[in-house]
Structures are given as structure tokens and as C-alpha cells.
Design a protein around this ligand. Structure first.
Ligand code: HAM
Length: 404
């Protein structure tokens, strides 16, 4: 709600500009999809198996509210087959996850994100990560850490899953009971466990870099080299798996260190070269990121970055003659692109001045019987004590324009 929502508007418009410069176009994808779109991309994840809002519509279709943006974008790509390659798109969209709500974790959250489809070039991993890092930097966020990992090719990922699964089977008794089932059904998810005993045990587990192919190592080296050349600082975190199952090669997460650790991921993403095929399309490599708007705003607040997006008007018109003049001046000013406001309901001079004060307008334009009879307006500076000036009504808009 206003006034906080002004920060939201500012954030989205800055993002739109930031990614447009890099050649991304907006995609507006539907809020719900056939449930299969999501089931096929994350059968082993909490996001898909436990947190998805799904329902049957009046036509008997089984639908799900979008828990994340990437699968919908890939579905749209496969359906519409855009000619441009690579296809570079961005989005701002709500996502729905049935989680336990708390600060920074909501059942409806909103993401700013980008996806690039149609190229396996590691330079695009670099481009996407830099785009995200630069966005946070431009907002003024300083306490941000970038964690980077690779999952290798699809075959590497499968091999690593087996290797890790076998290792976990050998250490089954040492795992907390809550993680034992996960170790059996989806070994990679165990790396994501928040339990300290599990994390301690995992220090001895095989890491993905020991298992992946030379092709994947080469891709990873190219990404790291690109990030170093771009002066984007990162830490390789071999246990970073992230909450979705579709990643191959690069995976990454940006954490805001000013936020509490359970909800400090302000954004994340990676490459998903096998996702299009999993959705029944031809092999189409892709890479992208999503960033939670609510979390970015929490980080901005935690780092006390004061964005001046107050939206205060330039002038507030105080008309004590019944409101007709306020109506005319406000309309004319707004048609000239000036931010001007007024009070309604024929309020008293005192009450209108209070409203002018509250609006934090720089100027008050006073119109009373005297001004009407002389065809003028009186300008009062609301910040400081410069004397009032009288302006011809016909010169008022020009005067206000010069005060911007
Ligand atoms: P994700 O890591 O699940 O990735 O979500 C991306 C970001 O959305 C998180 O880093 C976080 O900032 C925010 N977020 C997620 N869940 C919540 C929640 N419950 N409340 C508030 N904020 C939340 C994805 O969704 C992938 N689609 C990202 C991606 C794009 N990968 C490739 N391309």
C-alpha cells in the first residue's frame, strides 16, 4: 500500500530499464498452468510436491497456481516457438507456495526475473549473473554474497545423485531421522537440509566437482573467468543445490547478509539445459534468475538505503472559494506533466493547509477571493520562510514548471 508501494514501483521500473538495456523483452505468462508443467520439473522438490496450490477448474482440468516462473516461460517458448535466438525475456510476477508464512517468506511472493532460451554459451551464464549483481549494486546494496556452483550436464547430475545417494546410504544411521527418507528419495535435497548434524556429516560427502565431466568443468571455468573479468565477486559453494530440480551447469544464489539467514536469499537461478525436453519439446538450453521483490525491499530496509521515492507533489492548490479554481489549476498542471495535488469537500483554509503540509509539497498555491478578483495566485514556499509571491494566473503553469 502507499506510501511503501512507491518503493515497489521504483524497483520494478528500474529493473525494466536495467534489463531492457541488455536486450530483454517483457513476457506476461498466465498465473496458472496445467499442473503437469510444474510436476514434470520438480517431482522431487518440496516446492512442487508439498507447496503447490492446485485445483480442478469447471472443465475438469487439473491446474496449479504458478510456484515459480521458469517452467511457464519454457512452456510458452515451446508453444509459440519465437524465431529470435537466443530469446531473452524478463518478467515481474506473483508466485504461490504453500509455505509457513513469516518475515520474508510468503504464500504469495513476487519475482523479478529473466530467462534466456536457445543458447548453451557460458557467456550467457556470466551475462545473467552480472545483470543480477549489477542490479543489486545499483540499488546500493553492499552486503550481498554470491554463491556459485555447478551441477554439470544432465548426465553428470544423474551420476552425482547416484554417488551421493550411495554415500548417504553408507551413512544412513548417522543422519537425523527427518533426513533419512530424503536421502533415499532425493539425495541432492539432503544437501539443502537445515539440520546442523546433517551439515556436519556432509563435510565428508563427495562433491559435484569430483564427479562431473571435463565438458562441464570447461563450462564452469569459463563462467568463473567471466565473472572475475567483470569484477563480480563470488564464492564457490559445492553444496549449493537450490530448491528446484531442473538445474544443469551453473547454479547461483545471492544472499543479503543484513537479513536473517533462513530468508536471506534475495535471488537465485542457473542453467536448465534439459528443462525444455522434460516438458516435451526439443532440446533447448536456457539460463535465468528470479529475485524476490519482498526480500529485496527487506534488504534495502535492513541496509538503510534511503531511496527518495516519496512521490511528494511539487505544489498543493489551496482554494478557499469553493474548489472550481483548484479543479482547473490541478487539471491544467497535470496535463502539462506537473505533479500537483489539492484538497476536496470545500474544506476550511486551515484544514487545506494541513493537507498541503501532510502532502510534503514544496509549494502551496493559494487562491482566495482576492486572487480571483485580480486573476492571480499566491505562491507560498512550504519549506523555509521565503516571502509569498503573487503570480498572474496565466503565468502560473510556466512558473510551476520552472520550480521543478
Ligand atoms: P527460487 O530460488 O525458488 O528460484 O526463487 C527465487 C527467489 O524468489 C528467491 O531467491 C527469493 O528471493 C524469492 N522467494 C522464493 N520463495 C519465496 C517466498 N515464499 N517468499 C518470499 N520470497 C520468496 C526460482 O523460483 C527460479 N524460477 C529462479 C530461476 C529463474 N532459475 C532460473 N531462472
Amino acid at each position: 500500500m502507499p506510501p511503501e508501494s512507491a518503493l515497489w514501483v521504483d524497483l520494478v521500473s528500474r529493473f525494466a530499464k536495467h534489463v531492457s538495456i541488455a536486450g530483454f523483452g517483457l513476457v506476461q505468462s498466465p498465473m496458472f498452468e496445467d499442473i503437469g508443467v510444474f510436476q514434470r520439473v520438480g517431482e522431487g522438490t518440496d516446492i512442487v510436491t508439498k507447496e503447490m496450490y492446485d485445483f480442478e477448474d469447471k472443465g475438469g482440468r487439473h491446474l496449479a497456481l504458478r510456484p515459480e516462473g521458469t517452467a511457464s516461460i519454457v512452456r510458452a517458448y515451446l508453444q509459440h516457438r519465437p524465431q529470435r535466438s537466443p530469446w531473452k525475456v524478463w518478467y515481474v510476477a506473483p508466485n504461490f507456495r504453500y509455505e509457513r508464512p513469516q518475515a520474508g517468506r510468503y504464500r504469495q511472493h513476487h519475482q523479478l526475473g529473466v530467462e534466456v532460451l536457445g543458447s548453451a554459451d557460458a557467456d550467457l551464464d556470466v551475462e545473467v549473473i552480472c545483470l543480477q549483481a549489477d542490479f543489486y549494486a545499483q540499488l546500493g546494496l553492499k552486503q550481498v554474497r554470491l554463491l556459485l556452483n555447478t551441477m554439470g550436464t544432465s548426465a553428470d547430475r544423474a551420476r552425482y545423485t547416484t554417488v551421493l545417494g550411495e554415500w548417504l546410504a553408507d551413512h544412513y544411521q548417522e543422519l537425523p531421522t527427518q533426513d533419512q527418507e530424503t536421502a533415499r528419495t532425493n539425495p541432492l535435497r539432503v544437501l539443502d537440509s537445515k539440520r546442523a548434524e546433517t551439515q556436519d556429516l556432509l563435510t565428508g560427502a563427495p562433491i559435484v566437482l569430483e564427479v562431473i565431466s571435463s565438458e562441464a568443468i570447461e563450462h564452469f571455468e569459463r563462467v568463473k573467468e567471466g565473472l572475475e573479468a567483470a569484477a563480480v565477486h563470488f564464492e564457490v559453494e559445492p553444496r549449493l543445490v537450490r530448491g528446484l530440480d531442473y538445474y544443469t551447469h551453473s547454479t547461483f544464489e545471492f544472499q543479503a547478509l543484513a537479513l536473517e539467514s533462513a530468508q536471506n536469499a534475495i535471488g537465485g537461478g542457473g542453467r536448465y539445459d534439459a528443462l525444455a525436453a522434460a516438458l516435451g519439446g526439443p532440446d533447448t538450453p536456457g539460463v535465468g534468475f528470479g529475485s524476490g521483490i519482498e526480500r529485496i525491499l527487506l534488504a534495502v530496509e535492513a541496509e538503510k538505503i534511503l531511496a527518495d521515492v516519496s512521490g511528494a507533489p511539487l505544489a498543493f492548490v489551496v482554494d478557499t472559494t469553493g474548489g472550481r479554481h483548484a479543479r482547473e489549476v490541478v487539471l491544467e498542471a497535470r496535463r502539462s506533466g506537473l505533479q500537483v495535488d489539492r484538497a476536496y469537500d470545500r474544506r476550511s483554509m486551515k484544514s487545506q493547509m494541513k493537507a498541503a503540509d501532510r502532502s510534503r509539497a514544496a509549494l502551496a498555491v493559494l487562491i482566495g477571493e482576492d486572487e480571483v478578483s485580480t486573476n492571480t495566485a499566491t505562491i507560498r514556499n512550504m519549506r523555509g520562510d521565503t516571502p509569498q509571491t503573487s503570480i498572474e494566473r496565466s503565468a502560473l503553469i510556466e512558473y510551476l514548471r520552472n520550480q521543478q
